[in-house]
Design a protein around this ligand. Structure first.
Ligand code: LLP
Length: 437
């Protein structure tokens, strides 16, 4: 029986496998919380984009914010991808896996001067510029060092991506991009400033988008702008369509990457822009369904009816050793992520809230789940390959989880479990003498 979203994840007998590896066995051996990813799930997700773009001048830039672990980056770099980065730290990660700087695009609303200088020094392919002020600073830095910064302006198309407000980015009220009506003037400014060379144009309207319509709206508005910009004598070489394609967490039915790209490319061709280089910046859709967060059940805590609840319904808790610091999405976005037992049992299931040990009522992984588990069993939070580990924190002085990659029946630790001593590193006591208190 396979599970929604990930053909690499299936029960064989009673046991949950990712590729040919039992998640419970990995958890037993390497401890929990444990992130486990499937290499073939990542490569298959990438293949959807590659198939649609084959035969065109294109570059798929994996948006590494979704999962920036080096082994994950290595897989995509070896498969020919570039990277979309949003910080100096992400730039160093990309360079650490040996990708050419000429395959890196630098996005983000708040690039610091130091980050821009480093990106100029290594020669990134393009800066996705998000404001007029950033354009001026980039020009100043490039001109001062004699470098040329290739730029693309991220235009905010003011379309509603129909997703959670925290992960919608293409509306006027969002901090992202340059307003559509300012775009032509900004391109004129970019073309006139020293140290800059206009390379392309881009948009990114949000994340976990489950339909093609907002993309088509954004694309149409972008192509209108390209015509307007070129009529001012400024050449646009590439079109960057951003990322944002959703995955199946529950019952969402987003188009496949291949279908979405085909729809967009058909529109691009029909409007006479088919000769341009096409860039995309997918994150979640490449890694989300490739990973699971495995956790041990610590305690089952039968509930009492909440005070004043007229239904008298009891709240049971399944307390596990993964928490909001390991996986923030439920707490931060009220995101629903599937939670399953790593070994099926014949016990009657318990309706419960799956919660972690962190001292916050907001520390939950799932509400009202039906699970047949006991203390000591393992559960897996599915679709956790994107925005899981990359958003993890050390809240409550909790060391971050270990990570593994599986391929067939092989499994590698790709990140050691953090040690508590790692968390003190760089902290200093006050110079108050050695008196014991
Ligand atoms: N390009 C840009 C400029 C972006 O800001 C993002 C994501 C992407 C590409 C990749 O988007 P994706 O394909 O992954 O949807 N933490 C949130 C998602 C935040 C997305 C931020 N930007 C979550 O867990 O749902």
């Amino acid at each position: 029986m396979t599970l929604p979203g990930s053909p690499q994840l299936a029960y064989l007998g009673n046991e949950l496998f990712l590729e040919n590896c039992s998640l419970a066995e990995l958890a037993q051996r390497y401890g929990t919380p444990l992130y486990v990813y499937s290499r073939s799930a990542m490569l298959e997700a990438l293949a959807g984009y590659q198939r649609a773009l084959a035969g065109r001048d294109h570059l798929i830039c994996y948006a590494m914010k979704a999962n920036s672990s080096l082994a994950v980056l290595q897989i995509f770099a070896q498969a020919g991808c570039g990277f979309d980065i949003v910080s100096g730290g992400e730039l160093e990660r990309a360079l650490a896996v040996g990708v050419a700087a000429s395959k890196i695009v630098f996005s983000g609303v708040g690039k610091t001067r130091a980050e821009m200088r480093r990106a100029l020094e290594v020669g990134v392919m393009c800066f996705n510029v998000e404001s007029e002020a950033e354009l001026e600073v980039l020009s100043e830095l490039a001109a001062a060092t004699g470098a040329v910064a290739h730029v693309s302006l991220r235009v905010n198309p003011d379309v509603d991506a129909g997703t959670h407000p925290y992960i919608s980015t293409g509306l006027k009220g969002n901090k992202f991009g340059i307003a559509h009506e300012r775009a032509v003037a900004c391109y004129e400014r970019a073309a006139a400033l020293p140290g800059l060379k206009v390379a392309g144009i881009d948009f990114h309207i949000g994340s976990q988008i489950s339909e093609a319509a907002p993309y088509l709206d954004a694309l149409d508005r972008m192509l209108d702008l390209v015509d307007a910009i070129e009529s001012h004598g400024i050449a646009i070489h590439h079109l960057d369509l951003g990322g944002g394609l959703g995955i199946t967490y529950a019952d969402e039915t987003p188009p496949s990457a291949q279908a979405l790209m085909k729809t967009l490319l058909t529109r691009i061709d029909a409007r006479g822009h088919g000769h341009r280089k096409i860039m995309v910046e997918p994150g979640r859709s490449l890694v989300g369904n490739a990973g699971a967060l495995v956790s041990e059940v610590l305690y089952l805590k039968p509930g009492t009816a909440p005070h004043g609840d007229p239904s008298g319904a009891e709240k049971n808790f399944c307390i596990v050793d993964a928490a909001m610091n390991d996986l923030m999405r439920p707490a931060l976005y009220q995101a629903w992520m599937n939670i399953v037992a790593c070994r099926l049992s014949n016990e009657p299931p318990l309706l419960c809230d799956v919660v972690g040990p962190v001292c916050e009522s907001g520390d939950w992984l799932g509400h009202d789940r039906s699970l047949a588990v006991r203390a000591g069993d393992f559960i897996a939070v599915l679709s956790a390959g994107a925005y899981g580990m990359s958003m993890a924190s050390n809240y409550n002085t909790r060391p971050r989880a270990a990570e593994m990659m599986v391929a067939g029946d092989q499994a590698w630790v790709i990140r050691d479990r953090e040690q508590v001593s790692d968390l003190f590193r760089g902290e200093h006591l006050l110079p108050l003498g050695s008196r014991r208190t």
